[in-house]
Each structure stands twice: as C-alpha cells, then as structure tokens.
Design a protein around this ligand. Structure first.
Ligand code: PSU
Ligand code: MN
Length: 304
C-alpha cells in the first residue's frame, strides 16, 4: 500500500476479508450539489452501498493524505466547504499532497486512488467527457484518459448532454474502454434514459458484467469500463425542460468566458438553478440507483 494512502477501519477490514467495496467520489459532494443536500446525499449513498452488501469507500484528499474511506464528519465538512475545496483531477493530486491540503476528487482522481487501494468498482452520477465545441476548445475531461489506463469500473447514469455525447463515446472507443448499458438499448443521458445513441453493448445481469471485467483484467488489458445505468423512469426529467436549461447554461458559460476546470461546475450549478431544483432530485435518485448496482457488481466480482 502506498505510504501516502490511508484506509479507514471499515475499508481496511473489507480489503482484508476480500469483501466487496464500492469507491465513491467527492467532487460530486463539494462541486456537484449544493449544501446541505450534497453531504446528506453522500451519507445516504454510503447507506445504500452497505444495505446492498458492500462497503463504501468515499475518496478524497485530507491534509495531504489520500483517503479511501471517510468519516461522516469529513464528508460533512467537504459538503459545507463546497467550492472552497480544491477540485482535484489526476494532475492536481501531487500538488495537493505536497501542500498538505484538502481536495475533492473527480472521477479521474477517484479512480486512481481506488486502484491504489485495490478497489475495482466505483459509483458516481455522471462522468466527464468531450465538451460541446471541443473541436475549438479541446476541452476533454481527464476522466476519459483515466478510463483508458486505470483498472476501475465506473457505474454512472451515462453522461449529461452539457457534453457532446457522440464524441464522448467515440473517444472511449479510441481509448479501448468497454461501455456497457445495463438493461437498456440506448446510452443514457443522465437525466433521461435515452440519448438517441444506440447501446453497442447491453448486459442484463451483474454476473455478465463481472465476467467481462474479470476477463479484461486477466488478459492484462489495462483500463476501466463504463457501466451506464439508466435513470429509473419515475425520476426522468422531461427532455425539453432539461435541454432548454442546458442550452441556456452553455450560452451563459460562453458569454462569461468560463474556462478549464470551472466549466463543468458552472454548468452543473446553472442547470440545477434553471430547472428550479427538479434536476437535483433526479440527480440524487440516480446516484442512489448507481450505488446499489455498483454494490451488486462488486459482490459479483468477488464471486468470479
Ligand atoms: N458530471 C456530473 N456531476 C459531477 C461531475 C460531472 O454530472 O459532479 C464532476 C465529476 O467529479 C467529474 C468531473 O469527474 O465533474 C469532471 O470535470 P471536468 O469536466 O472538468 O473534467
Ligand atoms: Mn475540462
């Protein structure tokens, strides 16, 4: 185990027993949702993972130490401090550790810390991807590179259409990342179960997904996988409402000259405000749904 990585007691015990573990990210807490729903949701997600028979490992950097497994107090603090906590993707990890600072980890940094800890399954809401207009801006999330190199399966509700979803899928294909849609025929667009893009690989059981992941890693094929879990129908947003909010948010970001790592948090916050908070309810519901599937998948992986 890396000397800069700390496991909490629950995670250390689970690793020792070979029990199923689900990694959870912390940027979704600090930058993805408003306080206090962010902290409440993060704590509820951990409960969902436990109820489904796995151990949660929420990942962050605290006082310059990589953490797999946080205390409820640490989760609450990340939620309360919100955007004041650094958003940490792969390139930021070293500077935050060197400074002895705190960081909320994105999908990319969470994957790399999970892999260091020996955790293979990770649940979140949505992954980063190729941004709309990337042909001009080159704005492509580090999450996609990480999926191409780090052995962690990421259970998510697809990608938001703040992104260019067709190009995101092309990029994942280029990087050799399997994209599985769980019990659906279209790649899901986070707030909606459909995106108009056909699922190239549909699987209907966690055992089937676990068998594929085990084969991938036994073959020495480095890198992760996207397990896209469509939002349950009762929590879907009306397509027109969400698209209108996304288009407004994109125009505002352009007009305000938002760049780099601020783009995604800006868009997420504006979409939430423009939909009067309805999107937040969908967001919370789909995260719970993903946590449950991830716990089942982690258990299935222990069996193979
Ligand atoms: N998309 C969401 N919710 C989120 C994020 C993305 O629907 O909270 C966060 C995740 O932490 C993801 C990060 O890894 O944003 C991607 O940021 P960027 O686009 O700057 O790579
Ligand atoms: Mn970016």
């Amino acid at each position: 185990m890396n000397e800069l990585l700390d496991l909490n007691d629950e995670v250390r015990d689970a690793l020792g027993r070979g029990a199923p573990i689900v990694a959870l990210e912390s940027t979704i807490i600090s930058h993805g949702m408003p306080y206090p729903r962010n902290a409440e949701t993060a704590l509820r997600v951990e409960t969902v993972v436990r109820d489904a028979g796995a151990v949660p490992a929420t990942i962050a950097i605290i006082d310059g130490r990589l953490k797999a497994g946080l205390s409820p107090e640490q989760i609450k603090l990340l939620g309360e401090r919100g955007q004041a906590v650094a958003k940490v993707s792969r390139r930021d990890v070293a500077r935050i550790v060197a400074a002895g600072a705190d960081g909320a980890t994105t999908v990319s940094a969470t994957m790399l810390i999970a892999a260091m800890a020996g955790i293979r399954v990770f649940a979140t809401g949505g992954i980063g991807g190729v941004h709309r207009g990337a042909e001009r801006t080159m704005d492509i999330s580090a999450d996609l590179e990480e999926l191409g190199r780090t052995d962690v399966a990421v259970v998510c509700a697809g990608a938001k259409s703040i992104l260019d979803i067709p190009r995101t899928l092309e990029y994942l294909e280029t990087k050799g990342v399997p994209v599985v849609v769980y019990r659906g025929d279209e790649f899901p667009a986070f707030y909606t179960s459909s995106s108009g893009l056909r699922a190239e690989l549909r699987m209907d059981s966690v055992d089937e997904i676990a068998a594929m992941l085990a084969a991938k890693w036994r073959l020495g094929l480095a890198g992760g996988a996207v397990i896209a879990n469509p939002i349950p129908a009762e929590f879907e947003m009306p397509v027109d409402t969400i698209n209108a909010a996304i288009n407004t948010a994109l125009r505002e970001a352009e007009a305000a000259g938002v760049r780099g790592k601020d783009v995604t948090p800006f868009l997420l916050a504006r979409v939430k405000d423009l939909t009067g908070g309805d999107s937040l309810e969908s967001n919370v519901a789909l995260v719970m749904n993903n946590a449950k599937l991830a716990a089942e998948l982690a258990s299935a992986l222990v069996r193979v």
